[in-house]
Write a protein that binds this ligand. Structure first.
Ligand code: NAD
Length: 259
């Protein structure tokens, strides 16, 4: 039985993690829910609820699943490491160097994973775009367009960045090559640039399209999330993986057996 603590439990994602874990009661025991807005947890059927993880009893061996806010990330990782709790975080908007620094320090003591997109489809797409970019070569311009619901607080999405990072790693580019939107007298497109564009509208769960355009042809590959449950399912899959794993930093590719 995997003991689960949900961090950001009252949020859109936290609620889906709770609901899906509750459906798999033979595998997961929800031992606590944590949310900055504790009153909002009432009625979710959580045995223990608290506004801060530091106020919940430490549960060594438990797995914390986090979909909350970037500002909570560093103290959350440090608390998990100090109390022997594995951590799956899907929270986005965290500076990559903060993710790397905190997880590198924690990995000596706990199993931990951060992924800007927990879905199986996107994890596979990351492999596919890296291969495409490498095979197509420099003659093809690459731009990423993402769309999300009007409440999303950060841009570009963690997934758009992960797609750009996968392409950059495969083709020798760096984050200095990213171009976030365009406005005004931009001049001609620099070759090697990876354009990243964010749409915010209505109730879109999450769309990502990568455009590869050369002379006379284009390839579009993408992913459309129909429901947030794909991210919650992926997070539970990661939680089950980390519950069995030794200390270290893991990726969704490892969770899916792709690496
Ligand atoms: P949301 O605003 O609906 O929920 C966030 C919840 O976290 C809220 O209930 C809020 O009160 C709580 N919270 C904020 N700061 C906190 C803190 N310091 N301590 C405890 N609780 C805190 O947002 P959401 O749509 O559920 O998304 C949450 C995060 O997950 C965002 O960063 C979003 O981009 C990300 N996300 C990631 C994936 C993925 O696959 N990795 C998928 C969807 C969303």
């Amino acid at each position: 039985m995997i003991e689960l603590i949900v961090h950001g439990a009252a949020g859109r994602m936290g609620r889906r993690v709770l609901a899906l874990a509750a459906e798999r009661a033979a595998e997961f025991a929800i031992v606590a829910g944590v949310d900055r807005e504790p009153g909002t947890l009432r009625g979710l059927g959580i045995a223990s609820e608290a506004p801060l993880l530091t106020e919940t009893p430490a549960r060594p061996g438990a797995v914390v699943v986090d979909f909350s806010h970037h500002s909570a990330f560093a103290p959350l990782v440090q608390h998990c490491a100090a109390h022997g709790m594995a951590l799956v975080s899907g929270t986005t908007g965290i500076a990559p160097e903060v993710v790397d620094r905190e997880l590198a320090a924690a990995a000596a003591r706990i199993a931990c994973l951060h992924a800007g997109n927990m879905s199986v489809g996107v994890t596979v797409l990351l492999d596919a775009v890296a291969r495409l970019a490498k095979a197509l070569g420099e003659g093809y311009d690459i731009e990423i367009v993402e769309a999300h619901h009007r409440h999303k607080a950060d841009a570009p999405s963690g997934t758009a960045l992960a797609l750009a990072d996968a392409i950059a790693a495969a083709t020798g580019r760096t984050r200095r090559d990213y171009c976030y939107g365009r406005q005004g007298q931009t001049g001609a497109r620099r070759s090697g640039e990876i354009g990243i564009h964010a749409l915010r509208l209505g109730d879109v769960v999450g769309d990502h399209t990568v455009w590869f355009v050369g002379r006379g042809e284009r390839i579009l590959v993408g992913h459309i999330a129909h429901t947030r449950d794909i991210f919650a399912e992926g997070a539970l899959r990661a939680a089950a993986f980390l519950a069995q794993a030794g200390p270290g930093r893991y990726s969704m590719r490892q969770v899916l057996g792709l690496a």
